[in-house]
Structures are given as structure tokens and as C-alpha cells.
Ligand binder design. Structure first.
Ligand SMILES: CSCCC(=O)C(=O)COP(=O)(O)O
Ligand SMILES: [Zn+2]
Length: 216
């Protein structure tokens, strides 16, 4: 089997983008208590062979250090010598890349995403009705309705993966882990960021709208 070498410029570009997104999300308070992780794919792709840069595990993501990221392969194993440990949730990134072929995946824990994941846990998806920002997902129909899938959260990350495989909807660029957080992806970092921001907006909207409805 012949693997293409990933051009060095691609790797540096991916790291520069990760650094920028990490700093921005940290400034919004989206990495509380070392939570969250980010990745960007580099080089050639086939569902059974790809590489990506990902945040190292357990770091304070509001800080910028020379040891924030490493490169891993499609199995989540470091693809170059490093003493860094990849995110504990790397296998979820691997599965999303395998299923979608996307270019970047961003994961955040927020109070709104955690609350709505529990509010709608019994129906296993978060419904959103006719909100303009649904268009951020390239869904342009009038008064569109979407359902954002929610999967179980387990401390043992490999146990989460089969539900991601089963529930991921290619039309919706995100999947929620119950009382944990959202994974959003896109063709590249720009799109993944737009999707994550739209999800977070919609979760706040859904939460506040539910409160208003329940009050009246
Ligand atoms: C401290 S939050 C628990 C782990 C988690 O959910 C997360 O997103 C961060 O884990 P990582 O290994 O990527 O730092
Ligand atoms: Zn997490």
C-alpha cells in the first residue's frame, strides 16, 4: 500500500488554523475546565486512510503552548513521534471523518448544549423549527424543521462510537452527546466553525423558547 506524504505546508496551515479557532473559542468561554477538542484533517483521504491534527488531551485550552496539538491517523494513533497524548475523544473524530470525509471537527461543552441534550433525551434528538440560522447548515427551505441527533454518553469512549455510526445524519453536520457536548464538522475549518456557532445559537434559542412556552 502506498501512502501519500502530507506536504509540510498543509500541516503548518492546519496547526495555524487550529490555534486561531482555539483562541477564539477560548475567548468565548467554550473550553471550561479543559473540556472540548478540535481537529483538522490533512493530506489525502479515503475512508480507511487519513490523518488529522488534534488537540492534545487534558490541556488548558485557553493557553497557547508549543505542545497543544499532534497528528494522528485514522485509528487515532500518533502518526509521528511525540510525547503528547491525543484527545481522549479522538475515536469520535476518527468515526466522523470516516463516515463523512469532512475536513474539520470542533467539539464544545456549553451549559446550553448540555441542558437541551437532557431536555430532549427521551426523543433522542433536538427539534428546531423554522429558525433562520438553520440556513447555516445549507438547508434553505422555508420554515425548515431539523432534528439534531443525541447519543448516549459513556465514560468509555469506544462505547460511544457505534451510536455515532448509527445516528449520524449526513444532512445535519453535528451530533450531540447526552449531557456532554456537541460535535460539529464541515468541509474545512471555516465551515465547521460556522456550523458550531449556528448550533450553539440554536441551542440557546431552543432552551429559552422552551422556558417561555412552559411558563405560559
Ligand atoms: C474535562 S472535560 C472531560 C473530557 C472531555 O469531554 C473533553 O472534551 C476534553 O477531553 P480531551 O481529552 O480532549 O482534553
Ligand atoms: Zn468532550
Amino acid at each position: 500500500m502506498k501512502f501519500e506524504t502530507i506536504p509540510l505546508e498543509d500541516k503548518q496551515h492546519a496547526l495555524a488554523q487550529l490555534r486561531e479557532v482555539k483562541g477564539l473559542f477560548a475567548s468565548r468561554g467554550w473550553f471550561a475546565g479543559t473540556s472540548g477538542n478540535l481537529s483538522i484533517r490533512v493530506g489525502d483521504y479515503s475512508p480507511d486512510r487519513f490523518d488529522f491534527a488534534i488537540t492534545a488531551s487534558g490541556k488548558d485550552k485557553s493557553l497557547s503552548t508549543p505542545e497543544d496539538f499532534l497528528f494522528v491517523d485514522q485509528e487515532g494513533k500518533p502518526s509521528e513521534a511525540t510525547r503528547l497524548k491525543p484527545s481522549a475523544e479522538t475515536l469520535i473524530h476518527c468515526e466522523i471523518y470516516r463516515l463523512t470525509g469532512c475536513g474539520a471537527i470542533f467539539h464544545t461543552h456549553t451549559v446550553y448544549n448540555n441542558i437541551v441534550s437532557e431536555l430532549f433525551w427521551e426523543r433522542k434528538s433536538i427539534p428546531v423549527d423554522g429558525v433562520e440560522l438553520i440556513k447555516a447548515f445549507n438547508i434553505w427551505e422555508e420554515e425548515a424543521h431539523i432534528d439534531i441527533p443525541i447519543v448516549s454518553n459513556f465514560a468509555h469512549i469506544p462505547s460511544i462510537v457505534p451510536e455515532v455510526t448509527e445516528r449520524l445524519n449526513p444532512a445535519i453536520p453535528g451530533i450531540m452527546l447526552r449531557k456532554h457536548g456537541i460535535y460539529a464538522w464541515g468541509a474545512n475549518a471555516f465551515e465547521a466553525k460556522r456550523h458550531l456557532e449556528a448550533f450553539e445559537f440554536l441551542f440557546e434559542y431552543v432552551y429559552k423558547w422552551e422556558l417561555l412556552k412552559r411558563r405560559s
